[in-house]
Design a protein around this ligand. Sequence first.
Ligand code: SF4
Length: 146
Amino acid sequence: MILKHKSKFIMKNKCKNCGKCCIETEMILSQQDIDLIIRKALNQYNKNNFVFKNSNGHFQLKNLEGRCVFYNLKSNICRIYEFRPQGCRFYPLIYDFQTENCVFDNDCPRTQLFYEKNADLKKNCKKLKIFLKNQLKIEISEISEN
Ligand code: SF4
């Protein structure tokens, strides 16, 4: 969730497009996410189509019929997969504010398959924290790979 659209970190895609992560999404968006979607979708979407401000003051993806507004129910794929928000790229890795660390979201049935090496998991956790801090201005107490 870093300042570049594409992370240099190579993660094997183990996703089977079950779409569970896109049900009632609460994905937070950075301004960069929003700008990228609008630009890449050739202005097919305007901000009000897919974004609202949540009670914490963050931009958040809208849902439609119980799924993310970008989820295609017929094909079971994301309509904006190539320029999906950074948080969707980190998924199933998410940040737990109670433990102040990265955890896997229980909704994903294949979490154990995403990272073969613990070092890769730690690197991506660090990137997730940097994204939260730099782009979403969320206070993160510690950013390290340990
Ligand atoms: S933007 Fe795409 S990957 Fe992210 S929640 Fe929506 S449909 Fe799922």
